[in-house]
Design a protein around this ligand. Structure first.
Ligand code: SDX
Length: 433
């Protein structure tokens, strides 16, 4: 195998001297050309959408898009989803190692005893219309946490970072569940410390003060798995948003609120809700061909939601686990003939045989099956992305903490290729056309 290069040279098709740039290697994945000194040569790189740009170094998550691999701190997602609970994985993402029994017990107690919100925070919900989208409410309420928990917001203080991170991990499920209860006009259900993280969320979502709530263990385990699969994913749009907002020194609550806003987009985390809306619009296997045609039509904005990925050029490993979880939940609920699941399976089969999708390496992603599982669990489409945000809060706070702990980190300030008007003089209004 050819020796790996350690330097790159930019040569120009005129007599400008070549520019020498170092090549950096990580633990795994592509090497990078370190272009930090390029600006002083009077030239920038151009990469809208960051198709080929590494924005930071990170030790948290690694994806191999060609092989369809996803690892949190080196552990394959399949092993974590099968053997851990969500708080165990959150600990791993934040601290870099799986917790031992005592560490997990302490961490769980720390989180479980911080799930209540400041009582006045419940008033923030009441400023929204009852039919407000849960993601709009989450953006507002998580952002307003900076008006209630400002005793530990010094981002350069590791202890403050940890306190705020724990508060977010503990309270975002309560905020998400209460966003749903507010839509329904139901009373908020307070968290109960006797429940696990997943059981507590399901309790706050589905319980009422009128009767005791007994969580279904199969659904609770499936929900833990859904949270683990969504916990982190390298420098995706919402994580990059959290890092960019946080790079200015913005407090953790404002940074995570910005991440929730970015996740809401249908090209990103909003795809799980859009996938179910798409399946409901297709309605029946007989209409699949019509929608496949629309997905290929450049003049039609319709896209196969839940398909394609910027990094994965093979099946998203999370989609495979999610499909298996789908079977488990639908069987548990006696819904193995769920028409939406059958439609999704047929849609996946056709896509994996269709040249348009195969040639563009468009496979199901994490959002393709997650909506079907959550819908079967009684969660409305409008809550799917809120649950994605709940899970991704673990990854966002780990990435935000990693950035703030990096002594070399700087405020993010991209440059541009200016294509506007050249310098020109002011024209008085009576001289304008
Ligand atoms: C998530 O980044 C992450 O890691 C995100 C995420 C995470 O965990 O954080 O994994 C979560 O956001 C998953 C992705 C969810 N989004 C969707 O399911 C929405 C549908 N997918 C697409 O919008 C698209 O695939 C993206 C946004 C996911 C990726 O877009 P890219 O990488 O910018 O690719 P592209 O838009 O340039 O598409 C390449 C080609 C184009 O065709 P040509 O111009 O080559 O002819 O593929 C086509 C696109 O038109 N294409 C699709 C398609 N996705 C891409 N055509 C039909 N249906 C689709 N879904």
């Amino acid at each position: 195998m050819a020796k790996k290069p350690t330097k790159a040279f930019i040569t120009f098709d005129n007599d400008t001297a070549p520019i020498e740039l170092p090549i950096l290697s990580g633990t795994a994945g592509n090497d990078v050309i370190d272009i930090r000194t390029l600006g002083k040569h009077g030239i920038y790189t151009y990469d809208p959408g960051f198709m080929s740009t590494a924005a930071c170094q990170s030790e948290i998550t690694f994806i191999d898009g060609e092989k369809g691999l996803l690892q949190y701190r080196g552990y394959p997602i399949e092993q974590l989803a099968e053997n851990c609970n969500f708080l165990e994985v959150s600990y791993l993402l934040m601290h870099g190692e799986l917790p031992n029994a005592m560490q997990l017990d302490d961490f769980t107690k720390t989180i479980v005893t911080r799930t209540m919100l400041h009582d006045q925070l419940s008033n923030v919900f009441r400023g929204f219309r009852r039919d407000a989208h849960p993601m709009a409410v989450m953006i507002g309420v998580v952002g307003s946490m900076s008006a209630f928990y400002f005793d530990s917001m010094d981002v350069y203080n590791p202890e403050h970072r940890m306190i705020s991170a724990y508060r977010l991990l503990a309270k975002v499920p309560t905020i998400a569940a209460w966003s749903y209860k507010y839509n329904l006009g139901h009373p908020f259900m307070y968290p109960k410390n006797k429940f696990t993280y997943a059981e507590n969320f399901m309790h706050m979502m589905f319980a009422t003060p009128c009767e005791d709530y007994v969580p279904n263990p199969v659904l609770a385990k499936a929900f833990e798995k859904i949270l683990i699969l969504h916990a982190d994913h390298e420098q995706n749009a919402s994580t990059s948003t959290v890092r960019l907002v946080g790079s200015s020194g913005a407090n953790p609550f404002a940074s995570i609120s910005a991440g929730i806003a970015s996740l809401w987009g249908p090209a990103h985390g909003g795809a799980n809700e859009a996938t179910l809306d798409m399946l409901e619009e297709i309605g029946d296997v007989s209409r699949i061909d019509e929608f496949i045609k629309r997905a290929k039509d450049k003049n039609d904005s319709f896209r196969r939601m839940g398909f394609g990925h910027r990094v994965y050029r093979s099946m998203d490993p999370r989609a495979a686990i999610m499909q298996k979880t789908c079977y488990e939940v639908l069987n548990e609920l006696g819904l193995h003939n769920d028409p939406m699941f059958k439609l999704a399976m047929q849609l996946e089969k056709i896509a994996l045989e269709d040249e348009y999708f195969v040639s563009r390496k468009l496979y199901p992603n994490v959002d393709f099956y997650s909506g079907i599982v959550m819908r079967a669990m009684g969660i409305p489409n409008s809550m799917f992305t809120a649950i994605f945000a709940l899970a991704r809060t673990a990854g966002w706070i780990a990435q935000w903490s990693e950035m703030n702990a990096d002594p070399e980190h700087k405020i993010g300030r991209p440059r541009q290729l200016y294509t506007g008007k050249d310098k020109r003089d002011f024209v008085p209004i009576d001289k304008r056309a």
